[in-house]
Write a protein of this length. Structure first.
Lengths: 411, 321
């Protein structure tokens, strides 16, 4: 009698724990795929579009009095992308205090930045040299203040994503342990009853045993498959957040420095700044830096090819930049500017655009594979909570029925 | 065009380097001079006069004889080296309207630029053989010290302190520090700016003057002069105080400002050269003399600085030898 109650209670308890664990796993996986990773991507896009806006504004200045139409269009697109992603981040941040404050800071500073850029442009168009002062101030605001906040936001997002992955730690051992203990318990019970009643098979207990076996096997399968997919997913999302994303940003910042160097002339040499950004991007031709890290992270053939293409393009951009510096250092300013911004012939502008596209394509591929992996993991985990609950219930009922039956017969 | 240098020593080749000690790694200018001279004797006087004072700070080196024809510089001279290089390298500001700035087609323009091109024309025969390099406003003479430029034409006031680092030509323009304010501010000079922010470029003599003003305004230093105009427009400073020529350029950009106040200082502008090229200084002084005589100086003034009034009379050039 006591044993029966103990068993039932134990089964129900295990069932509750199992259901809880299954729910956590299923939810976390869904959260990663549907919320955290997209949010991470959204914040990265925010950072990128802000950095690109800054680089574009400076490049527009280099074109002289009349800003080319495509430059203006790109700047506007960047701002629209930034504000859209800012709104998304704001919604997602919800009540979280620190994130909300950062987003609020960016939101209030962005109009100040665009105001300065417009004033710079208006002055530049009128041929007033004071325009350059406004542009420099705008760029300082963007680089030192707004982008710093966006970087913090991104770090927070990446940490949250990481924490979610950690919650999905392996439970295979636990599952096997629980299954083994349950099995052992049921076997002991049946042996005990056999000794008392000389009846080998008891439908209820047999059903219970089968259910335990089935449940354990199901959990083991779901666990190992989903763990595999999750590990792969994590690798792909990390390749974006820890490697390719920083690569895009380093490239954009280098471009910004390059343009600003040509625009602001005698505000001091900034070439070490450029070199530092390029180091972040691709130290030693892709052996190190963000692109080197990307090469470590990518796991499939396509990914590897795309990262290699980006590494080659980074080298191409570095070479184009060296040409710009060479022309500027010998005093041929007009040619230097042309080498920096002309999109109709091979230049730093075309090389940079190629690098930017290569990185974008690589990121898209990684995210694609990530989504597939996460969906795969989710498939194996969605039914788990209900299934676990059902199995636990079946075990409990079956044990009660089986033991009852024997006891009645015995009496 | 084939450029030749005079076969024998002309009047410009008398200078030799007078150094108490030759530096361990002489720059190309010194090396060439030493190689060309053969002997270590000297005939010229170099460096700042040992007692630099207000009276003789403006004294430069006297030109020796008439200018050599373009392309025929005395052999071994600095000018000959420039000729063989193929272009003159001039350090300029690029943000100092109307003395030096870039127009919409990104070409350097301004009063200083005209002067630089005239010097280039005296060496090469045309105005195209000049290459401009930006000099940082904070330390205008750095490129001279590292031999990146032959001379610096950058609205630089001649002072005793600066004479310790570089040599100067005779005065090519006399400016004076005044104050730029917004229209209707009621400010008539530094005396009205007690405790209020006044802007000038970091490292300039103007900023030092603001710091020393008896009315004790708050001195605000910026990377360039143009930043000061921006700060005035944004209301972050109440006034900008620097050479009236630069203020004239700002007032031309922004009709809501005006130049006020008495001339606080006399700012004699000179062309800066390395101390190791005294023959170049003499050459430049001769070019400056000729420029005044044949009217180019006045023409350039009328083009760039006419809003400051009729062309003032330049002081007579002073020489220390």
């Amino acid at each position: 009698m006591v044993a029966e109650i103990a068993f039932v209670v134990g089964a129900l308890l295990a069932g509750c724990l199992g259901v809880y664990a299954a729910v956590v796993r299923a939810n976390t996986t869904r959260d990663i795929g549907g919320h955290l990773e997209p949010l991470n991507a959204s914040v990265t896009t925010l950072y990128r579009s802000l950095a690109d806006a800054d680089a574009t504004a400076a490049a527009g200045f280099l074109a002289g009095g009349v800003e080319p139409r495509e430059v203006q269009a790109r700047y506007v697109r960047d701002l629209m992308t930034a504000t859209t992603n800012l709104a998304q981040a704001s919604t997602q941040a919800g009540g979280e205090l620190v994130a909300s404050r950062r987003i609020a800071d960016i939101t209030t500073q962005l109009p100040v930045y665009t105001g300065l850029v417009e004033r710079a442009r208006a002055n530049n168009r009128d041929g007033r040299p004071v325009g350059v002062a406004y542009l420099r101030r705008a760029s300082e605001l963007m680089q030192n203040s707004i982008l710093a906040e966006a970087a913090e936001l991104q770090r927070r997002q990446a940490a949250q994503l990481d924490a979610a992955y950690e919650r999905l730690g392996p439970v295979l051992v636990g599952v096997v342990a629980v299954g083994a203990v349950s099995l052992a318990g049921l076997v002991w019970l049946q042996v005990f009853l056999f000794q008392r009643t000389q009846r080998v098979f008891n439908i209820g207990l047999v059903v219970a045993t089968v259910a335990v076996l089935a449940g354990t096997v199901w959990w083991m399968a779901a666990e190992s498959v989903s763990a595999n997919s999750l590990a792969s997913a994590r690798g792909h999302s990390r390749s974006v957040s820890d490697a390719l994303g920083p690569a895009q940003i380093a490239a954009l910042q280098a471009r910004s420095v390059e343009s600003l160097e040509l625009v602001t002339r005698d505000a001091g040499p900034t070439e070490p700044d450029f070199a530092a950004r390029m180091q972040l991007l691709e130290r030693d031709n892709g052996a190190g830096g963000a692109l080197g890290a990307a090469r470590q992270f990518v796991s499939d053939q396509t990914g590897t090819t795309l990262v290699q293409a980006a590494i080659d393009d980074a080298g191409g951009y570095a070479a184009a930049h060296r040409e710009v510096r060479r022309l500027d250092d010998v005093g041929d300013y007009v040619k230097a500017v042309n080498a920096a911004v002309n999109t109709r012939e091979p230049s730093a502008a075309t090389a940079f655009d190629r690098l930017d596209s290569a990185l974008t394509v690589a990121v898209a591929h990684e995210r694609d594979v990530f989504q597939r992996d996460i969906a795969h993991a989710q498939n194996w985990l969605t039914g788990l909570p209900i299934g676990t609950g059902g199995v636990a219930l079946v075990i409990a009922v079956a044990v009660v029925v089986g033991v009852r039956q024997r006891l009645e017969e015995y009496r | 065009m084939v450029l030749t240098t005079a076969a024998d020593d002309g009047p410009w080749a008398h200078d030799r380097i007078a150094l108490d000690s030759v530096p361990a790694n002489p720059g190309p200018a010194i090396a060439m001079q030493l190689a060309a001279s053969g002997s270590a004797g000297f005939t010229g006087q170099l460096g700042a006069p040992s007692d630099c004072s207000r009276q003789n700070v403006l004294a430069s080196l006297r030109p020796e004889g008439p200018l050599p024809p373009p392309g025929q510089m005395p052999s071994g001279s600095t000018m000959a080296r420039i000729v063989s290089r193929g272009y003159l390298i001039v350090g300029i500001l690029e943000d100092a309207d109307p003395f030096a700035f870039r127009d919409v087609s990104l070409q350097p323009q301004g009063f200083d630029i005209d002067l630089a091109r005239d010097i280039g024309e005296a060496i090469f025969g045309d105005r195209e053989h000049v290459v401009f390099r930006p000099t940082p406003e904070v330390n205008r003479f750095e490129p001279l010290r590292s031999d990146q430029v032959d001379l610096v034409v950058a609205a630089a006031t001649i002072t005793c302190k600066r004479r310790e680092q570089v040599d100067f030509s005779t005065v090519y323009y006399e400016a004076g520090q005044r104050v730029l304010v917004n229209h209707g501010s009621g400010i008539t000079g530094l005396d009205d700016l007690a405790g209020r922010p006044v802007c000038a470029a970091r490292g300039s003599t103007s900023l030092a003057r603001i710091l020393a003003a008896p009315s004790k305004p708050i001195a605000v230093g910026t990377a360039t002069e143009t930043d000061c105009l921006m700060m005035l427009q944004l209301g972050e400073v109440d006034a900008v105080s620097t050479d009236d020529t630069l203020l004239a350029g700002m007032a031309a950009q922004d009709p809501q400002t005006e130049v006020v106040g008495p001339r606080l200082t006399d700012e004699p502008y000179g062309i800066a050269t390395s101390k190791d090229t005294p023959d170049l200084v003499r050459f430049i002084n001769a070019v400056l003399q000729r420029r005044v005589q044949d009217g180019r100086w006045e023409a350039s003034y009328q083009h760039w600085l006419s809003q400051l009034g009729p062309p003032p009379a330049l002081p007579a050039p002073q020489y220390r030898d």
